[in-house]
Structures are given as C-alpha cells and as structure tokens.
Ligand binder design. Structure first.
Ligand SMILES: NC(=O)c1ccc[n+]([C@@H]2O[C@H](COP(=O)([O-])OP(=O)(O)OC[C@H]3O[C@@H](n4cnc5c(N)ncnc54)[C@H](O)[C@@H]3O)[C@@H](O)[C@H]2O)c1
Length: 279
C-alpha cells in the first residue's frame, strides 16, 4: 500500500505494540497507507513499510512524522499503571506532542487511545447501559489520570484549533477475552480495526468520546455514540463465556471488579505507589 492509498496516509504512534500491530497489518487492507512510529522497531516489517524509530514525546520528531498525513492515531504510551513521573511524561507529554504536531503539520484529524480507566471508579448503573456523557472523568489510577488529560487536551485542540479529535475509551483490547470481566469489556482485534477505520472515515466528527468495545452480549457500556460514527462491531465475547465461567465462576456483579468501569484497577491493588508489590 503506497502513500497515495485511496483513503489517505495515517501516522500510527506506538505501532510496534499490541494495537499498533493490529493497525499496521489491518489498515492497509482497508485502503489506508500507514506510517509507523515507535521507540522500537516493528517486528517483521513488510517490504516498503514506512517505519520511524522516534520518541512520541519529541515534538520536533513528531512534527516531521506528521507532515503529509491525513490523520494521526496516537497509541504510543505506557498501557498500564506505573509511577507518576513515568506516566505523566510518557502519556501526557506524548499526547500534547501528537496534537500539537498535527496542528503544526496541518493534519485535521487525531484519534486518541483513551481508556475505560479515565472513568474507572464509575459504578455500573442499576439497569440499562452507561453512556459516555454519564461517565465524566473519574480516573482509577495515574494511568487513568493520563487518559483524562488526553481527553482534555483533545477537547482543547478541537475547540481552539478546529481539529477533529476522537477519543476511544478502549475496554480490553486483546486477542481473546481471558477473564469474566472481559465478557463485558472485550474489544476484539477485528473490531479494533473497524472502530478505528470508522473514526478515521466519519465526516467531520468534531470532538467525540466513545467507548471501544465489541458487540458483547454482556456489554454495559452504550455503543450508540460509537455506532453514530459508523462503527459496526462484528464480534462478541460470549463465545468464550462457557470456558471462562467454568474456570472462574459466574461474575459477582457486587464485586467492584465487575461493578465499576475500571474493574480491578479501581481497587487498592492498583495503588501505583507500590507497583513493585503488585507483581
Ligand atoms: N490494549 C488495551 O486493552 C488497551 C485498553 C485501553 C487503552 N489502551 C491504550 O491503547 C494504546 C495502545 O495499547 P497497547 O495495548 O497496544 O499497548 P502496548 O504496550 O502493546 O504498545 C504501546 C507502544 O507504545 C510504544 N511507546 C511507548 N512509549 C513511547 C514513546 N515515548 N514514543 C514512541 N512510542 C512509545 C511502545 O514501544 C509500544 O510499542 C495505549 O495508549 C493504551 O493505553 C489499550
């Protein structure tokens, strides 16, 4: 796929990671050209694949990387809880750089990998589905705080500079669900691709925050806003339910792991002041 692919060229930061790997293989099949960026090389690059080894907190490098692209998908960062200095530098500074680089390079759209942990202490509603607008910032960790900052920076750049900015409150984006919580929070690799393609394609979305989950039978996060962007999920974690429930038992919805958006992150074991004790 060349840079003159029908849909355009996308800069994917964090391209060597789990979700980045899904995108670098999947977006070209959906008519996007991809420019990878990561602090480490990607595994097994395809012939001609464009990859920049650079730090997403380096604004000059990010501006260079953003020149000529249609959109930026910003995934780079620490994808779990860590210390405040590490989280604030890597996650918050890199988000500033992604947005500011897009602005300076004249790129109109940025997709940001936020997280359910931006609102992790939000309780499960008594009934019905939880909409994004009913889940304001309520972070469960320093990691979650960095995703609140990500959404706030995205809002600023949308309002101040007119960028289209879509924040994805991603659930559990793994190859397969591995816990009973994931029966509600799983985002499959295929749906990751469908969601990001939709956010890149939707006409003039402005500023949006949407959940990123598959069409799971046990979902309790409302997908209406994501569907309005054109997201059509095709996968459902329920196919894994029998094995997971046999191994772990039916989820106890009174347990905070199932009763709060952030699951176990919204419990004391994710206190970042003692990360080395978490194992
Ligand atoms: N996988 C999930 O379930 C999930 C859920 C919610 C949010 N997210 C978010 O999605 C994004 C991607 O997650 P992932 O699971 O692919 O994580 P990952 O750890 O597999 O990938 C992150 C990538 O970012 C790169 N990176 C880190 N610091 C960098 C820097 N300063 N400059 C350039 N590259 C840097 C790493 O080398 C790595 O390749 C993250 O922002 C994460 O917080 C993921």
């Amino acid at each position: 796929m060349t840079a003159d692919a029908p849909k355009g060229l996308v800069l994917v930061t964090g391209a060597a990671g789990l979700l980045g790997t899904v995108l670098r293989h999947g977006l070209p099949q959906r008519d996007w050209a991809v420019r990878n960026l990561d602090v480490v090389p990607v595994d097994s690059p395809e012939p001609g694949e464009e990859h920049l080894v650079a730090d997403a907190t380096d604004l000059a490098a990010m501006v260079d990387a953003a020149r000529g692209v249609t959109a930026v998908v910003h995934l780079a960062g620490i994808a779990t809880e860590s210390t405040w200095p590490a989280i604030s530098h890597t996650n918050i500074d890199s988000t500033y750089c992604a947005l500011e680089a897009a602005r300076r390079a004249g790129v109109g759209r940025v997709v940001l990998a936020s997280s359910n942990h931006a609102t992790g202490y939000t309780p499960r509603p008594d009934g019905g589905l939880l909409r994004e607008v009913d889940a304001p910032p309520r972070p469960d960790t320093y990691y979650g705080v960095s995703k609140v900052a990500m959404e706030a920076l995205g809002s600023l750049y949308a309002d101040r500079y007119g960028l289209d900015v879509v924040c994805l409150r991603i659930g559990s984006a793994f190859p397969e669900p591995t816990s009973t919580r994931h029966l509600s929070t799983w985002l499959s690799p295929g749906d990751t691709l469908r969601l990001i393609d939709a956010t890149l394609t939707a006409p003039s979305p402005g500023f949006r925050i949407v959940w990123g989950v598959s069409a799971n039978t046990r979902n309790w996060w409302d997908l209406t806003a994501a569907r309005e962007l054109g997201y059509e999920p095709a996968d459902d974690a329920e196919g894994y339910a029998e094995a997971l429930v046999a191994a772990h038992g039916e989820p106890d919805l009174a347990d905070p792991v199932h009763g709060r958006v952030g699951g176990e992150y919204a419990t004391e074991i994710f206190d970042a002041e003692v990360p080395e004790e978490r194992g």
